[in-house]
Design a protein around this ligand. Structure first.
Ligand code: 8IG
Length: 266
């Protein structure tokens, strides 16, 4: 591991210690990253014990996008503890990779064994409806970067836990799976880029999650990834893409997704 990465992990350990002191805890069982459109679902995860603004916590940045909430919550889920991260730092903000994965590493430093990554994404399958959750089966990293530096050769053959995906499907057998492709953004894709993703085997496009999953996998954390399809990918409908559409689809699907997440845990 590089000196840079080991210093980033130290910063996460410091954030974890700060939260331990603030909240009077030693460990959490799991952590959730709630992306755009998932704020309402977050409220259904359990009983909120504490909440802080992210920018108070060492190493966390304030949110950059309207509709993304910059909070960290401690949530009681029937006696187990979850660190719930409302909103995330994106690569397109231009602060580099370390702040993008700081929350995941902080969860790891707090002892989280499971990470639930949620996001809003464009869907490439014409059978998918806007507002539909899709389980992430695998990913394609088109960011040309990584949270890992140095000779650390992490296995990614089963990045998204088959066990957790099966648990989701037992709860809701209508759930489909897809391959999530991360672009850096912030611009959406061209129709030609969506055609490229299709030929590469991608089903979902977005601007998050992949780098976080890599960082979590390097810490041996079990990962569940779920995309909320908030728009069909560029060129599929003849309409331009809008961020408002994304937020509205999230609001509409919040109940279904909140119940899914709360039930899968139990
Ligand atoms: I929501 O169509 C959402 N996020 N890259 N493309 C990319 N990110 C997205 C999209 C999309 N929709």
């Amino acid at each position: 591991m590089s000196e840079q990465q080991s210093s980033d992990l130290t910063k996460a350990a410091q954030a974890a210690d700060w939260l331990r002191a603030k909240w009077g805890i030693t460990e959490v069982d799991r952590s959730y990253v709630m992306g755009s459109g998932w704020g309402k679902a977050a409220d259904l995860l359990g009983k909120t014990l504490h909440e802080v603004d992210k920018d108070e916590v060492p190493g966390f940045l304030a949110p950059a996008v309207a509709g993304h909430h910059g909070k960290l919550r401690l949530v009681d889920q029937n006696g187990s503890l979850a660190l719930v991260q409302l909103g995330r730092t994106h690569l397109y903000e231009g602060h580099g990779v370390a702040p993008v994965v700081h929350g995941v590493r902080t969860a790891g430093a707090l002892g989280a064994k499971t990470l639930i990554l949620t996001n809003a994404a464009g869907g490439l399958k014409s059978t998918w409806q806007v507002g539909q959750p899709v389980l992430i089966r695998d990913h394609i990293n088109l960011t040309a970067t990584s949270p890992l530096t140095g000779p650390e050769f992490i296995d990614l053959t089963q990045t998204y836990s088959p066990t957790l995906r099966e648990a989701c499907k037992r709860y809701d057998s209508s759930l489909d799976e897809g391959v999530y492709t991360q672009f850096r953004g912030p611009q959406y894709e061209t129709p030609a880029e969506i055609e490229m993703v299709r030929r590469l085997g991608g089903d979902l496009v977005g601007m998050s999650t992949v780098l976080e999953a890599i960082a979590a996998k390097a810490l041996n954390i079990e990962i569940l990834g779920i995309s909320l399809v908030t728009n069909l990918a560029a060129g599929m409908t003849g309409e331009p893409l809008s961020h408002k559409e994304v937020l509205a689809a999230g609001e509409a699907a919040a109940d279904r997704m909140g119940r899914l997440l709360a039930n899968v845990v139990s």
